[in-house]
Ligand binder design. Structure first.
Ligand code: B12
Length: 134
């Protein structure tokens, strides 16, 4: 009886949703900008199921919006490398690439230390694809 009471108390103390599957889609934004040309950034909106990798969210966006497209290559060690966005590709000869940045809900911008195949977007984040130089 004591054990049942203890377990019931523990369950009541868990935050709601802890033991349920959360596959409700949540909104994110994707912003495409070119820091080298300083032209107007373009914003796209999509939804992700919590836990999806960014590449999955990008595929969903590409399937639903004809104005967003991308290509990637498969690095043998690190996985998907973002090569081009909306027809513009990075080029090792001129040291250009698509940098991955994320604006989190408190407004700060982070530079993830993983690529599009590993990053997991959170609700209300803005994913920034920034064409720049290294
Ligand atoms: C130089 C470098 C870059 C250069 C590569 C350009 C070039 N042609 O040299 C640039 C600036 C493009 C770059 C970009 C990024 N990088 Co980088 N990069 C490195 C670094 C410092 C050295 C790689 C290298 O030259 N190795 C020696 C060569 C001989 O080996 P290689 O296998 O041929 O190297 C290639 C791969 O490393 C590849 N590459 C480089 N970075 C990344 C990232 C990802 C996700 C992928 C798939 C491939 C890849 O480019 C290299 C040249 O072709 C490593 C850290 C390290 N010390 O190894 C980080 C490293 C590989 N990069 C990393 C990251 C996170 C990124 C970015 C996602 C950062 C960001 N937030 O934008 C972006 C990739 C974005 C995209 N477009 O997909 C991480 C990868 C971790 C992971 N498990 O995903 C590392 C390990 C650094 C770290 N610890 O955070 N990177």
């Amino acid at each position: 009886m004591k054990t049942v009471l203890l377990l019931t108390t523990l369950l009541l103390l868990l935050p709601s949703g802890t033991l349920t599957r959360s596959d409700e889609p949540v909104p994110i934004e994707v912003l495409v900008k070119n820091s080298l040309l300083n032209n107007n950034p373009v914003t796209y909106r999509t939804e992700v199921v919590p836990g999806w990798i960014l590449l999955g969210a990008m595929r969903k966006l590409m399937d639903s919006d004809v104005n967003f497209k991308f290509t990637y290559s498969d690095d043998p060690h690190y996985g998907p490398f973002l090569e081009s966005v909306n027809g513009l590709a990075g080029n090792p000869e001129d040291h250009t690439y698509w940098e991955l940045l994320v604006k989190v809900p408190d407004g700060s911008i982070i530079r993830p230390n993983v690529g599009i195949g590993c990053y997991i977007p959170n609700e209300n984040e803005q994913i920034i694809f920034n064409f720049t130089k290294w």
